[in-house]
Design a protein around this ligand. Structure first.
Ligand code: DX5
Ligand code: ZN
Length: 220
């Protein structure tokens, strides 16, 4: 099943509740980007924001932790009610443990891979994951250009997951729009994070519909 996940990094933070209301009818998940100023240069959104989003709507939260050694923060995000939490493979010394903490806390567990990190980095724990988040830009900023070269990595991941018959979904994040989404869909992704392609448009409903249509246009 295809899902479009609006990333509120591109939303107007001063009007966050209204921004979320504008997209909540069209999506099941809001993507919250958490940045610590170490793993990525900027600082953005903590567990408090996740709790606030949960309070303002009925939509599930997908928390993308761009945080160095996030294990100590996982209980806060679980308590805040995030339904899915992704940690970066590059940021966790004990990645398997981080995944288990997320799952034991009742959330879906994702691992995110930077563009330069190969799929083989998570191969030994692939069966523990609910979601593989493949970054299609270097994490840290919205509005960057999609890295075409990552398409092959998505394909590789899809082949690996299918060859083992695993229920892992592939999520892509960064530079997703109506042109790049079909490329990722064809390669095997089914969850599509979009910031500027949604919140950069005046009509958010239309923006999400356009993305959904672009996904439907792909004959898999
Ligand atoms: C980037 C973030 C993304 C970002 C995507 O580090 O993880 O979720 O908000 O923004 P766009 O869709 O504008 O590339
Ligand atoms: Zn993200």
């Amino acid at each position: 099943m295809i899902q479009i996940l609006p990333s509120i990094l591109a939303a107007d933070m001063a009007r966050l509740a209204e921004e979320i209301h504008e997209v909540e009818q069209d999506t099941d998940f809001i993507h919250v980007d958490v940045m610590d100023g170490h793993f990525v240069p900027e600082i953005a959104m903590g567990a408090q924001v996740v709790a606030a989003v949960k309070q303002s709507c009925d939509v599930s939260v997908d928390a993308h932790l761009m945080v160095e050694e996030p294990i100590h923060l996982l209980p806060s995000f679980l308590n805040a009610g995030a339904e899915m939490i992704s940690v970066h493979a590059e940021a966790c010394r004990h990645l398997h443990r981080a995944v288990q903490i997320i799952k034991n806390g009742g959330a879906k567990a994702g691992v995110a891979l930077n563009p330069a990190t190969p799929v083989t980095a998570i191969e030994p724990i692939l069966s523990d994951l609910d979601c593989l988040l493949i970054m299609t830009v270097d994490p840290g900023y919205g509005g960057q250009v999609f890295l075409e070269t990552i398409t092959e990595k998505i394909r590789k991941a899809r082949r690996l997951i299918d060859s083992r018959n695993l229920p892992v979904v592939i999520e892509v994040d960064g530079g997703i729009n109506a042109e790049t989404l079909p490329v990722c869909r064809k390669a095997g992704a089914s969850l599509f994070v979009a910031g500027s392609a949604i919140f950069g448009q005046t009509n958010r409903h239309l923006a999400i519909e356009t993305l959904k249509q672009s996904a439907r246009s792909v004959n898999k």
